[in-house]
Design a binder for this molecule. Structure first.
Ligand code: ACO
Length: 164
């Protein structure tokens, strides 16, 4: 498995993975905005285990789409995870953890981010385990009816000073 920076040509495949795995979906231009504005922060996991014919598309099995907060309300420079997902066929292999760690390190090294934030559904047990137990995020607050279907979100954050 290869973890590398998101390229603009990956966007249709990342968009497909996003639509397959999550109800929160975005227009192509929003992915492109991430890739062009903060090219160091978004990563893809590519399955390179089987040879593919020349010029065939990469087999993208996971991604993290991340950005810097442009106008942080607290005035503190920080990153934000817009979306993370891994295809069902490739879960529990440590890919999400690796994608997150790569992005977090780049936030710190490239943009001197103090922390990283994200939102997650209160019912998303797998993601909560990953964020809280594996990566060390803490729950800041609960945002009522954050999602379009009315579900609440946990607003979580992780300090980046301990990385490296
Ligand atoms: N149940 C319980 N704990 C889990 C699960 C699960 N199904 N999946 C991951 N974890 C926890 C475990 O602690 C795991 O460590 P372990 O395997 O040593 O026990 C740890 O997270 C790391 O797991 P990874 O293998 O790195 O996670 P994976 O690559 O499977 O991806 C993810 C996890 C992204 C949550 C995946 O299940 C997924 O794509 N789900 C659907 C999309 C989604 O919910 N995305 C997050 C939305 S929030 C946002 O985008 C900001």
């Amino acid at each position: 498995m290869d973890i590398r920076v998101l390229r603009p040509s990956d966007i249709p495949h990342v968009q497909l993975a996003n639509i397959t795995n999550l109800p929160e979906n975005y227009f192509c231009k929003y992915y492109l905005y991430h890739a062009m504005s903060w090219p160091q922060l978004s990563y893809v996991a590519v399955d390179v285990s089987r040879p593919t014919p020349p010029h065939s598309p990469p087999k993208i099995v996971g991604y993290v789409l991340a950005k810097m907060e442009e106008e942080p309300l607290d005035g503190v420079q920080h990153g934000h995870i817009t979306s993370l997902s891994v295809m069902r066929t490739h879960r529990r292999l440590g890919l999400a953890e690796k994608l997150m760690r790569q992005s977090q390190l780049a936030m710190l090294e490239t943009f001197s981010a103090h922390y990283v934030s994200l939102h997650v559904r209160v019912s998303n047990v797998a993601a909560l385990r990953l964020y809280r137990d594996t990566l060390g995020f803490t729950n800041e607050k609960t945002e009522k009816a954050y999602y379009a279907d009315g579900e609440d979100a946990f607003s979580m954050r992780m300090e980046l000073s301990g990385l490296k």
